[in-house]
Design a protein around this ligand. Structure first.
Ligand SMILES: Cc1ncc(COP(=O)(O)O)c(C=O)c1O
Length: 363
């Protein structure tokens, strides 16, 4: 009898995550990592202190159901959501995977819009589902609402959008989201990935929260890897209607999140000062980078996130390699549907200066 491999998993996924610093480090040379949208000032000090004080208890299992963490999240949302509406997972991407596992199967479909975060395309395939790309349109990468609605059929289960979007950094205005949500049939869930929401300040930016409060079939996906600076701890969460969250909760592995991550994230939720400091730095530094990119004549897009999409005047992968020689890691985003472009995380001034200096030498 042959092994019962699933036929659609025979071909390995071609999604490649960003490299870590240790993968590229050579001779102890200083490397500036502007390739994974990490926090430029480190991690929330409250989170680090919480880990220290939890260390003596790591022989004990964490909360089985993460109830206390969900209560902390409910408090963070000032009671706008009840604890039963949250699903915590060991990363934002694990939350996306849980959602897909819950709603996709062989033969089902989902929709996403390139340029987009790679897992929307690669993960459904692991479940035998088909991901349909309805590309973003225009110079400012807007949703093709009509195209999306036309692509929906009886097999469609999920629709993914990210605002601010990775890798473009652009956001989708409230009017577009309204239009989309109000025309979405009942059997389709909108997965609204908002892992960069803290950095958005556009007037017409909207979060998924009000739609979920209205009872719409929307799931909001969040991460502690970006503004909270806890990428190495792997923790994220989603919120949705009680009906959807109760269903997803059944698929979640008990004790999924380790005790240190739970302690850190709970403390980070109360670290407003750290979030303010992070966002302020990103806003100041993006102006510096815009100025430098303009002086160098490098096409780029204004951003609502903590990274900038640029179009270097050479092959994106060659640019990545050349910048690495200059000690700066950047991220080509061909895998995200933007083959000529490179995504650059907004760093602290030292890192951004290294990026500008590197770019001058490369170009
Ligand atoms: C759009 C988007 N969603 C989700 C994630 C997942 O973040 P994490 O798995 O680190 O929580 C990322 C990380 O880069 C992202 O850019």
């Amino acid at each position: 009898m042959p092994l019962p491999f699933k036929s659609y998993l025979k071909k390995p996924s071609n999604y490649k995550g960003g490299k870590s610093k240790s993968e590229v480090l050579t001779n102890g040379r200083k490397i500036y990592k502007l390739s994974s949208n990490e926090n430029p000032i480190g991690a929330s000090p409250k989170a680090m202190a919480a880990i220290q004080s939890k260390l003596s208890q790591i022989h004990e299992y964490p909360d089985r159901t993460d109830q206390r963490f969900r209560e902390a999240l409910s408090e963070f949302y000032q009671g706008a959501l009840v604890p039963e509406q949250f699903i915590s997972t060991n990363s934002g991407v694990a939350n996306l995977e849980l959602i897909m596992r819950g709603f996709l199967q062989e033969g089902s479909e989902c929709i996403y819009s390139n340029p987009a975060f790679g897992p929307y395309r690669s993960f459904p395939k692991k479940l035998g589902a088909t991901a349909i790309d309805i590309p973003l349109v225009g110079d400012h990468f807007q949703l093709n609402v009509e195209g999306i609605l036309k692509a929906i059929n009886e097999r469609t289960r999920l629709l993914f959008i990210t605002s601010p979007n990775n890798p473009t950094g652009t956001h989708f205005p409230k009017s577009q989201i309204d239009q989309l949500i109000h025309h979405l049939p009942d059997h389709v869930i909108l997965v609204f990935d908002e892992v960069y929401y803290q950095f958005a300040d556009a007037e017409d930016y909207v979060r998924p929260l009000p739609y979920i409060q209205e009872g719409k079939n929307v799931i909001a996906v969040n991460s502690f890897s970006k503004a909270y600076g806890l990428a190495g701890l792997r923790i994220g969460y989603s919120y949705s209607t009680v009906e959807i969250a109760t269903y997803l909760q059944q698929l979640r592995i008990p004790f999924m999140i380790n005790a240190l991550s739970l302690a850190a994230a709970t403390a980070a939720l109360q670290d407003d000062a750290f979030i303010k400091q992070t966002v302020q730095l990103v806003h100041t530094e993006k102006e510096y980078l815009y100025q430098q990119l303009e002086q160098l004549g490098i096409p780029h897009w204004t951003t609502q996130a903590n990274f900038i999409l640029i179009k270097p005047p050479m092959d994106a992968f060659e640019f990545e390699d050349a910048m690495l020689q200059e000690g700066v890691m950047v991220r080509p985003v061909a895998g995200f549907g933007a083959p000529d472009c490179v995504r650059v995380t907004i760093g602290n001034r030292e890192a951004n200066e290294a990026f500008v200096k590197g770019m001058k030498s490369v170009l």
